[in-house]
Design a protein around this ligand. Sequence first.
Ligand SMILES: Cc1ncc(COP(=O)(O)O)c(C=O)c1O
Length: 423
Amino acid sequence: MAFRTGISRRMMIRSGFGLRSMSSWWGSVEPAAKDPILGVTEAFLADPSPDKVNVGVGAYRDDNGKPVVLECVREAERRIAGKLNMEYLPMGGSVNMVEETLKLAYGENSEFIKDKRIAAVQALSGTGACRLFADFQKRFRPDSQIYIPVPTWANHHNIWRDAQVPQRTFHYYHPETKGLDFASLMDDVKNAPNGSFFLLHACAHNPTGVDPSEEQWKEISYQFKVKGHFAFFDMAYQGFASGDPERDAKSIKIFLEDGHLIGIAQSYAKNMGLYGQRVGCLSLLCEDEKQAVAVKSQLQQIARPMYSNPPVQGALIVSTILGDPELKKLWLKEVKVMADRIIGMRTALRENLEKLGSPLSWEHITNQIGMFCYSGLTPEQVDRMTNEFHIYMTRNGRISMAGITTGNVSYLANAIHEVSKSA
Ligand SMILES: Cc1ncc(COP(=O)(O)O)c(C=O)c1O
């Protein structure tokens, strides 16, 4: 065109010809809505108050409010240092890591592992495992939906939305009892079309901290069997709830004993403190080895154009720890220390509130389990917590117990007492 009209290339550039179209490539892009959890951290960091407290983020802190690297992780790092080559892992990730991870979920001596009936791949932590499953569900059961509890970890909605799997919800939390709405949950399970997909939190439900009892899990499993539903367990907190990984996998054990073919997303973010390493696992229990081989190959095929293969460092840390009896013992001890600190903070928060003479019941703080307490504070009360007391949390009233320390628990209790006085 430049030659035809006699305008030289240089003149075209000088006159800014074409710039309009270039600058408008992304002109229609609006800023994305802020992630509710990450937005809390931003606001916390920007607050100059010396009193500020962040109980928004689900990451463990020690009693001085500092991030923790487990000693077993440090030791594994020392053992690995200098020995790791930087080759790609296979598409399905580290075989050793996956094997050890399956033992944690399905049991040390699981017949399913021995019979090679589990299709499993390393995933980009729990989020990546959920997303990989959601994509797999869409590809091989394109007409299915996913039933998600109300409430749930907000990212579950994003994950299944982006995988284009339609979402339905089921009752879970009862705002008045601040516990499980078991009757409504069971009604929803019964009323869902036969063969529906359900997302279940294996333990330490996020954000409510409310888990079904063992008896209730048995009833849920039974009803799933009657209806032929598929249970997909998101297990982001194994060990973190009770301090004992085996105990926290009880729900899974019950489903396995009842003969369900389940799926599990596992993560080492919380229970090994490997948040940024992005190491986890997706597994699907299949009818036999042949089916497991086929399913695994398809999971790998979904991973290939997205990220090709998963990162190596975190997987090696995990397999080094779990593959060594001494290091594994140390890990189990350290998980328990984290869980116990959180359980201790639940008691301390409740006691402080009761000492202040709060007429409300705070029993739910100690009844709930895991990283979070669903306090029951309203969005307006949370706003007051932030504006008047510099305490940062999500507007759904979720408190990350890991952010509470012996140093700030009475300040936090006092703020909760003040904002909830008129309730
Ligand atoms: C319920 C639940 N699932 C999955 C995850 C995923 O965490 P990650 O991707 O860091 O393993 C989280 C993290 O907060 C969670 O709470």
